[in-house]
Design a protein around this ligand. Structure first.
Ligand code: ASP
Length: 863
């Protein structure tokens, strides 16, 4: 008995028995016809029609179905079909079809492809007609730039050769369209060729996949998606499946016999649709079935109630059918069916995750704890770890300290190896280290595949990449990365410049040119200000013959040359014979001395630094300098993220640099060692590499290499895993633990601080000249000293003028004018001049002069 017949009888028996029976009785009559024999099909259906039937349930083969449909159509006999039909239906039919139509299925497949954002798909099909089911995907490939590879299953049931070919092509996203009976053998062979792994994602268009015992294929994390019409989470489904199982003892040997296939589920619903239609039509009217002859003389005879029954059937709606909500459109096609989507989970076999419908497209609820389960599957086996020999991350030795030959993982050591060991302990996996054969990190090739460690992960030849592998956007598209375990940036490695001859005028170096200039200006400014203050301040004038109080000459020691000498003596911290007497000049002198003290101390301190440091002058100091010149060549390691950084950069400097490099392919080196050798051996080559590696190399060749400028970008090294391998999150957690308990920090110290160069590097830090920004403050102090001195001088001048004005009984203004005239006079001696007849007591004279009431001749003497 076929599945369809089983379901047919099962449904009829169910409807005939309480509580579903409604008095009338349905009688099944089943006939088998040969697939391609339309004559026999016609004969069989005519024989059945002559018995008087209410509806015909169509066969599943297309050829006989077409014949039967045309007979039924000509006799207005409703035909209930449950088969996939790739053709558009005509309007002159009296059939309804419970199977979703081709447009709907094709669109569902396309929407799933869009949902998963597949950009390269391999299609494997069995029947040519299947391609119509995939027509929407085929159509979308050009506008969506989806790369399609199409294979046809061989007629021979052994498809292993084809599967191996697909495997070696690196295909990941595979749509399989095959007959239901092919599902089991195909899955078995897919498992045999080890394609049921997390790298692959299969989409089966057959809606019978969920009927197989799929838990057998779980475990290795393969992604497998399929559609089905019944809601496997609904109570109706479980009830009917339980009844079905109870009724038919399911054979375990034939996997397709285990449950209700799509064909049987549709047949089950078809019978219910027919029963509901009959019930609706029989309300208020007497419906009779009549015996019909296909040919009645020349006249075909049709069923009187046929058309109206057909219309009743089209308007039937099963809210909770076994295949979901069942309703029909005006053409008798299934109206807006909901296709449920199941995915293979690692524990439960197929797990229903969502649905597709015409209006909303695909909806999938997020996967629950699957990743953790996935991890278990990954962790149970020995992981292949791809790596690359790179100092000090991964290094290799063949013998240990005692000369014993080393094998396997023991041959490798270094930062990454220590880290891998710690991670494996945290996550709990075994591993085997395999060096990448092409010695590349990973960059895309012309055919879209990747080389290096990234390529190994993509083709699942490795489960982890533990190496200084930079996390980049383009790599992240094809593999997964853990969180970064180390942060770095691209930097410029250059030969350390030769120490420079300091030169005879190196004593000038501690202060910048600006500062020297300002010191000279300050010197003259202070000298002149002092001269002026001394002239205007009355307290700077004194009796040049103090033993003779009657002597009528006053003197002022601050003439211009003395001022210059005084300022110079102060600056040189030597002092001079000349000393200020007035408050104003003392204020100015104090500030000048303070200025000199700070300046000289700063100069002395910086001079000491200059004398102990060898001056290194490099012809380049940044990437801009490199980009601007062509004399010094520069390059990167080829096939790595550093080269890709320059190739893809939008920054003009880096674009210029890449143009320079790409025009001279010899500047690229195959390994870091090669690049560093070139830097060491040539004066005109700079190597662009990652800062952490550069730091290590400098510590190894400390006197010969140096870093130029800062970091050009910021990036990180991560551990690579194949896409969705499931172990990535566990690795990330382990890295975070190692970061937080300082293990990674200790490892960095262990592998980087292997020489004393670090201290040498620090000592070599250049002493730099002091500029205005360093010691500009003392100039400000000096200026405030000048201002304070001027203000004090004005105060002294006014104060003395006021005293003299009282003595002379003159107005203050007149006195001040006289004083001013006196101060501005430039002649040196005036004692030869006749005594001024009016009594004039200069503000600058000492008090005895005025007390005696003598006219005093004022004189300026040169000290
Ligand atoms: N670590 C780099 C990478 O992952 C190598 C480089 O290009 O500097 O590609």
């Amino acid at each position: 008995m076929s599945n369809a017949e089983r379901a047919f009888r099962f449904a009829i028996d169910r409807l005939n028995s309480p509580p579903y029976s409604n008095g009338s009785r349905l009688v099944p009559d089943t006939r088998y016809v040969a697939r391609n024999d339309s004559f026999e099909a016609t004969k069989t259906v005519c024989r059945q029609l002559s018995k008087g039937v209410a509806a015909v349930f169509g066969p599943n083969s297309r050829e006989s179905s077409e014949t039967i449909a045309s007979v039924c159509n000509s006799m207005d006999m409703p035909l209930v079909e449950t088969r996939w039909d790739y053709r558009e239906r005509g309007s002159m039919v009296t059939s309804i079809n419970l199977h979703p139509n081709n447009r709907q299925i094709s669109r569902a497949i396309r929407d799933v492809v869009y949902y998963y954002r597949w950009s390269a798909i391999t299609i494997v099909y069995q029947d040519d007609s299947a391609l119509t089911r995939l027509q929407e995907v085929l159509r979308a490939s050009a506008p969506r730039k989806i790369k399609l590879t199409i294979y046809k299953l061989p007629t021979n049931p052994d498809v292993r050769t084809l599967l191996k070919e697909i495997k070696t092509s690196g295909a990941r996203h595979i749509i399989i369209d095959c007959r239901s009976e092919m599902l089991y053998p195909l899955l078995e062979q897919i498992m045999e060729v080890q394609m049921l792994r997390s790298y692959y994602h299969f989409l089966f268009t057959s809606m019978d996949v969920t009927m197989l015992n799929m838990s057998r294929y779980s475990g290795d994390g393969v992604n497998l998606t399929t559609f089905h019409l019944y809601d496997r989470e609904s109570a109706v489904f479980h009830r009917i499946v339980a009844e079905w199982r109870a009724r038919f003892k399911r054979s375990e040997t034939n996997p397709m016999e285990r449950g209700l296939t799509l064909e049987s589920a549709l047949m089950y619903d078809a019978v219910h649709v027919m029963a509901k239609g009959l019930l609706a039509m029989s309300v208020g009217r007497n419906m009779t079935v009549q015996s019909m002859a296909c040919f009645h003389g020349d006249q075909k005879k049709s069923w009187d109630d046929g058309r109206s029954f057909y219309n009743y059937l089209k308007s039937v709606e099963l809210r909770e059918g076994l295949t979901g909500h069942v309703a029909f459109d005006t053409h008798g096609e299934r109206d807006r069916p909901k296709l449920f989507i199941s995915e293979l989970s690692d524990v439960h076999g197929m797990e229903q995750r969502g649905y597709w419908n015409y209006d909303d497209g695909v909806y999938l609820r997020p996967k629950d704890k699957e990743l953790i389960v996935n991890n278990a599957s990954v962790i149970n086996r020995t992981l292949i770890v791809t790596t690359i020999i790179e100092l000090p991350y991964v290094m290799k030795k063949d013998r240990d300290a005692d000369g014993e030959l080393l094998v396997g993982n023991a041959r490798y050591y270094g930062y990454c190896i220590d880290m891998l060991e710690s991670i494996s302990k945290h996550v709990g996996f075994q591993y085997e280290i395999v060096e990448v054969d092409d010695n590349n990190y990973g960059s895309p090739m012309e055919d879209g595949s990747w080389n290096g460690m990234v390529g190994k992960l993509m083709t699942r030849k490795a489960d982890l990449a533990v190496a200084p592998l930079t996390i980049t956007y383009s790599r992240e598209q094809v593999v997964d990365f853990s969180k970064p375990y180390m942060h770095l940036g691209i930097t410029i490695l250059y030969r350390a410049p030769e120490p420079q001859n300091p030169g005879v005028f190196s004593f000038l170096n501690p202060l910048s040119f600006d500062v020297w200039l300002y010191v000279v200006i300050a010197f003259f400014l202070v000298s002149i200000t002092l001269f002026l203050l001394a002239r205007f301040s009355p307290y700077e004038w004194y009796n040049s013959h103090p033993c003779n109080p009657a002597f009528d000459e006053v003197a002022n020691q601050f003439n211009l040359t003395n001022c210059l000498w005084f300022a110079f003596g102060g600056l040189m911290q030597q002092g001079s014979e000349v000393n200020p007497r007035a408050f104003s000049t003392r204020v100015l002198s104090g500030f000048w001395w303070f200025f000199s003290l700070i300046l000289v101390s700063s100069y002395t301190a910086n001079l000491a630094a200059f004398l102990t440091v060898e001056r290194m002058v490099s012809p380049i100091s940044s990437a801009d300098d490199l980009a601007k010149q062509t004399e010094i060549e520069y390059g990167t390691r080829s096939g790595g993220s550093t080269e890709t950084f320059f190739r893809r950069s939008n920054i003009p400097t880096y674009q210029t640099m890449y143009e320079f490099m790409s025009a001279r392919p010899h500047v690229f080196s195959k390994t870091y060692d090669e690049g560093i050798e070139r830097v060491l051996n040539s004066k005109n080559y700079a190597f662009l590499l990652e800062s952490t590696t550069a730091e290590y190399r400098i510590s190894q060749h400390c006197s010969n290499l140096t870093l130029i400028g800062g970091l050009l970008n910021s990036r990180g090294y991560g551990i690579g895993t194949p896409l969705q391998s499931g172990i990535r999150d566990e690795i990330t957690k382990a890295i975070l633990i190692l970061q937080e308990d300082d293990t990674l920090l200790k490892l960095k110290d262990k592998w980087w601080k292997t020489s004393n160069c670090q201290s040498t590097i620090n000592q070599k830090e250049d002493a730099s000249e002091l500029g205005v920004k360093n010691i500009g403050g003392i100039f400000l102090v000096l200026i405030s000293g000048l201002v304070a001195g001027v203000m004090a001088a004005v105060a002294e001048f006014v104060w003395k003028s006021r005293q003299n004005a009282n003595l002379d009984r003159k107005s203050l203004c007149g006195e001040m004018m006289a004083e001013l005239r006196f101060a501005c006079r430039c002649n040196k001696r005036r004692n030869s001049q006749p005594v001024i007849e009016h009594k004039y007591i200069p503000a600058t004279a000492f008090p005895t002069a005025s007390i005696n009431g003598q006219a005093i001749q004022m004189t300026e003497t040169v000290a």
